[in-house]
Design a protein around this ligand. Structure first.
Ligand SMILES: Nc1nc2c(ncn2[C@@H]2O[C@H](COP(=O)(O)OP(=O)(O)OP(=O)(O)O)[C@@H](O)[C@H]2O)c(=O)[nH]1
Ligand SMILES: [Mg+2]
Length: 425
């Protein structure tokens, strides 16, 4: 299997063989076909046994079979089907998944006769190859390409980034948009509630097209209710528009006014963006108004209040003087990369295994959670799915600690990440 894997990947990967029977043996690599790709898993190491498969090895096989979308079943064309082959064929057939049977080591006509014995497994899609001698590999690879073509398109490079500017009324959102664009695009005034409709424009650089939207000031829901009763329906409408704009964006610039108190509403807005899985940059505006003596105090309060989102980058700017405004663009780009980060599956499994050694999730009574396998299942926001038994008994504090461990190992600055569980069948 490993020779075949290496042949397909093109020798780019050193296969790890050290610790048999652990997730350390999962080696994966992406194979690209144009803008489509498949991720190949080599299950080397599961099946060391000569005669029969241990229950543990079988479990690993079932796990891999259940995880994959399609299967490549590799057998040795030099020898007749063994008991292990028959057992594996059975598991694979029962999975109901599409299977490619690859009969390896077929490099001369004599062997071809033995190799044909494998047709009795009943798999229609068969390739006779020799990984060592590079025979039949192209045809096999073409059939992998067919799988890739069926798959979803790889999510695109962060060429297009949608950014929304959200914050309480009068914090300087419109001023910020104008400063970022370098033109007076949105109306600025010292009257709160100036912006009523979303105002968007594009910032185009060599690396990306950033659509930036200035929104109506987000007021406390209670206040909107009061305004509504007083016959000001526009406000309520604006708030809904704001939320919708947030939902439509990849990254939210949460703007707060450094010349004012940090309000519950500021935390509410940031919390909402987090809940929606959006990338977040905290932009602290009007820094020109804050005297140097007050700056430390403000920083301390900021750290205290936004403690629940340690991973959120913050930048101090002045829309008025233009200070640091350019750096917002750099931060947005970094966050955009982080929220599209895809972590290699073998690295993830190694991390989970190492972390679990010192942090076994405790269960309840006889219900002991057992974690089997982890894979990243989505981006924007990065989502990790752990296949487990009794996962309902994993305490939320374990999940939080593991999220922190992920953040320690991979840069997810500015993006929420999510760890979810999937029951093992
Ligand atoms: N000193 C100073 N004043 C600023 C800064 N940014 C904005 N302002 C002022 O703050 C006031 C409100 O600015 P806007 O940009 O209209 O604020 P907004 O958040 O869009 O307000 P709404 O649309 O009403 O929600 C204006 O008087 C601006 O001139 C800044 O960096 N420094
Ligand atoms: Mg405005």
């Amino acid at each position: 299997k490993s020779s075949l894997f290496n042949r397909l990947i093109g020798q780019r990967k050193a296969i790890v063989h050290d610790v048999a029977g652990t997730t350390r043996d999962i080696v994966s690599e992406k194979m690209y076909f144009g803008d489509k790709a498949i991720e190949l898993f080599d299950t080397a190491g599961y099946l060391r046994e000569k005669e029969e498969l241990s229950e543990k090895a079988l479990e690993k096989v079932r796990e891999a079979v259940s995880f994959a979308d399609e299967l490549v079943f590799v057998v040795d064309g030099n020898v007749s089907p063994t008991n292990i082959d028959i057992t594996l064929a059975d598991i694979i057939r029962k999975s109901g998944k599409d299977v490619i049977l690859v009969v390896n080591k077929v490099d001369n006509p004599k062997i071809a006769k033995v190799a044909e014995e494998y047709t009795r497994f009943g798999f229609k899609n068969i390739f006779y190859v020799s990984a060592i001698h590079n025979l039949g590999i192209d045809d096999f690879s073409t059939s992998l390409q067919k799988i890739a073509v069926k798959s979803k398109k790889e999510k695109e490079e962060p060429a297009k980034i949608k950014v929304s500017i959200i914050g309480r009324p009068n914090v300087g959102k419109s001023s910020l948009l104008n400063a970022m664009l370098g033109k007076e695009r949105s109306i600025v005034s010292n009257i709160p509630g100036t912006t009523r409709d979303v105002v968007s424009d594009e910032i185009i650089t060599d690396d990306f097209v950033m659509t930036v939207s200035d929104t109506a000031g987000a007021r406390k829901p209670g206040k909107i209710g009061k305004a509504y009763k007083k016959g000001e329906p526009v406000e309520k409408f604006s708030f809904l528009r704001t939320e919708r704009e947030m939902e439509n964006s990849d990254i939210v610039l949460v703007v707060i006014d450094s010349d004012d108190k940090i309000a519950a509403q500021d935390l509410h807005i940031a919390g909402k963006a987090k809940e929606m899985g959006k990338g977040i940059v905290l932009v602290i505006n009007k820094w020109d108004l804050v005297k140097e003596t007050q700056q430390d105090k403000f920083l301390a309060r900021l750290r205290y209040h936004f403690n629940f989102m340690m991973w959120m980058p913050a930048i101090f700017v002045s829309a008025k003087t233009g200070r640091n405004v350019d750096q917002i663009m750099d931060l947005v780009k970094t966050v955009s990369e982080n929220q599209r980060r895809q972590v290699n599956t073998s690295k993830l499994n190694r991390l989970l295994e190492d972390f679990s050694l010192g942090n076994t999730p405790k269960g309840l009574g006889t219900y002991r959670p057992k974690l089997f396998f982890i894979a990243q299942t989505d981006i924007v926001p990065p989502t990790f799915t752990i296949t487990a038994k009794h996962h309902a008994f994993v305490h939320f504090s374990w999940r939080r600690a593991f999220e922190n461990e992920l953040r320690r190992n991979f840069d997810f600055t500015g993006t929420p990440i999510s760890v979810v569980f999937k029951a093992k069948q």
